[in-house]
Design a protein around this ligand. Structure first.
Ligand SMILES: Nc1ncnc2c1ncn2[C@@H]1O[C@H](COP(=O)(O)OP(=O)(O)O)[C@@H](O)[C@H]1O
Ligand SMILES: [Mg+2]
Length: 239
């Protein structure tokens, strides 16, 4: 089974211990929702899985397909089929959006003469105008537009495992519905680690697993009904 397996992960950033022994796995073809209060370490976990060198792994393991990936660089992990959609996508002045998408795709999946057409078709599904392709990546895009471009990359790159870090924040109701429907469709082939605060995502997807993180640890795991409980009672009752 293609999956990411994380055991006993301890991580620090700028000398601060942020993850204190995290066990979690993400399976291809399944949706794992990760929730939890602000500052509990969710984005840290996402960054460490992707291999951001700012984060120091002090203990534990991250395996993908039973292979230790901790020594791999970001681009090597991407080549293996791991993708991270950022909580705060950066604006990159001077990098043309179309060129960026074509380069990313070509690096990871090889040349595809139909790519332009495919990009435009998928942008249509996301209600994004073709005009964006002429602009600098993310520059002056609204919050929701940036998030839809992150989702576009998932649709184009077809990763084995996609980590979506609060991709639904800043999205309007219609875009959240679109996100839910697209994630559900893509999850036939891709495994998702979906970090979110949005309980309404349940209206569109029933995640296979829900985990709650607090103070750098997974404090609860269960099925989608855990979200119903959070919706009613908040995190405090669980903690
Ligand atoms: N670069 C950094 N330097 C110092 N502390 C950081 C850094 N990045 C994150 N942290 C701290 O680590 C904790 C977890 O942050 P984060 O992973 O962003 O949480 P979440 O995504 O769950 O809101 C927070 O207390 C945050 O302030
Ligand atoms: Mg975060």
């Amino acid at each position: 089974m293609e999956q990411i397996d994380i055991k006993g992960l301890e991580v620090s950033v700028n000398g601060k211990k942020v993850l204190n022994g995290v066990d979690i796995s993400v399976q291809r073809g399944k949706i794992h929702v990760l929730m939890g209060p602000n500052g509990s370490g969710k984005s840290t976990l996402a960054n460490v899985i992707m291999g951001n060198p700012k984060y120091i792994v002090n203990a534990g393991s991250i395996k993908f397909d039973n292979e230790d990936i901790l020594k791999l660089k970001v681009n090597e992990r991407a080549k293996k089929g791991i993708f991270l959609a950022f909580q705060e996508p950066v604006e990159i002045s001077g990098v043309n959006t179309m060129n960026f998408l074509v380069t990313a795709h070509t690096n990871l999946k090889g040349k595809n003469p139909e790519l332009r057409k495919e990009i435009i078709k998928k942008m249509g599904e996301l209600n994004l105008s073709e005009l964006f392709l002429k602009r600098s990546l993310n520059e002056g895009f609204s919050g929701g537009e940036k998030k839809r471009f992150e989702l576009l990359q998932v649709m184009l790159l077809n990763p084995k495992i996609a980590i979506l870090d609060e991709i639904d924040s800043g999205m309007d109701v219609d875009s959240v519905r679109l996100l839910g429907e697209i994630t559900k469709k893509l999850s036939k082939d891709t495994g998702f680690l979906m970090i979110t605060h949005n309980e309404n995502i349940l209206d569109y997807i029933k995640p296979d697993i829900v985990s709650i993180m607090k103070d750098g640890k997974i404090i609860r795991s269960g099925d989608y009904q855990l979200i119903e409980q959070i919706k009613k009672e908040g995190y405090k009752q669980l903690i």
